[in-house]
Design a protein around this ligand. Structure first.
Ligand code: URA
Length: 241
């Protein structure tokens, strides 16, 4: 159990500096169970702690773990250059908390983007040593052929890689669509593998990470959700396997 004063709680949840958070409390902006609390003298047990600020209810979270259904034309970079960053789709408290994408998607790639402010979690989920499968649906410019699938499964040589890279699994979904599962997360990997196999990726979406499918989260593009304990356990189980 950890006990914290309200200003420290607000600061830890991304509401600003300690001084600013103290001001929010003293200005009567924070209430607990419907009662305004305007003193920072009392400490509160943070377990399942809920507070209301600016008329919005927040639950204390030691760390944030979310999935965003990323739309096209948003950059995962912390310093986006040509398009808005994905953090602009999320509450500004997440920027203060230093929420980061777990691995990146290209600006034009849509779909499942895991984000967290838990360093060891980010490291475990993005480490190439863990071989966490990522499932993509790629639309191809030229028709999908059995040869294309065979090449992607057999391995294609990318020019800056020491050895050919192969899909873990790959199957045809339609005349111009494949599902491809990768264990690595190399730069532009799906697009470069398709190009190396003689085709071209015209649209790309990530639909699952490990055992967690984007579809199971029911998110429209641009929407996000906190992951619950069971969903996190699914992700962690694959990373620890
Ligand atoms: N492979 C790509 O080419 N782009 C992505 O965004 C993800 C995987």
């Amino acid at each position: 159990m950890s006990k914290l004063t309200l200003d420290r709680i607000l600061q830890s949840q991304g509401f600003g500096t300690r001084k600013y958070c103290r001001g929010l409390v003293e200005d009567g902006e924070v209430s607990i169970n419907g009662e305004v609390v305007d003193s920072i003298k009392t400490s509160f047990d943070t377990t399942d702690f809920e507070f209301t600020i600016f008329e919005e209810v927040w639950r204390y979270r030691e760390h944030v773990y979310i999935v965003l259904n990323k739309p096209a034309n948003f950059e995962c970079s912390r310093k986006p250059s040509h398009h808005p960053g994905v953090l602009t789709l999320l509450p500004e408290q997440f920027t203060w908390r230093d929420l980061q994408p777990v691995g990146r998607l290209d600006h034009d790639t849509t779909g499942m983007l895991l984000m967290s402010d838990d360093g060891p979690f980010i490291h475990a989920q993005s480490s190439p040593k863990r071989h966490i499968p990522k499932v993509y649906v790629a639309t191809t410019h030229d028709p999908v052929t059995p040869e294309l699938i065979a090449l992607l499964l057999g391995g294609v040589q990318l020019h800056d890689e020491p050895a050919p890279l192969a899909a873990q699994t790959c199957r045809m979904l339609g005349d111009h669509q494949i599902e491809i599962v990768l264990e690595q997360g190399k730069y532009h990997q799906v697009k470069r593998m398709l190009a190396a196999a003689g085709n071209h990726c015209s649209a790309l979406s990530r639909v699952a990470i490990g055992e967690l499918a984007l579809e199971s989260l029911g998110l429209e593009e641009g929407e996000w959700v906190y992951l619950d304990a069971a969903q996190l356990a699914l992700l962690r189980a694959v990373a620890d396997a």
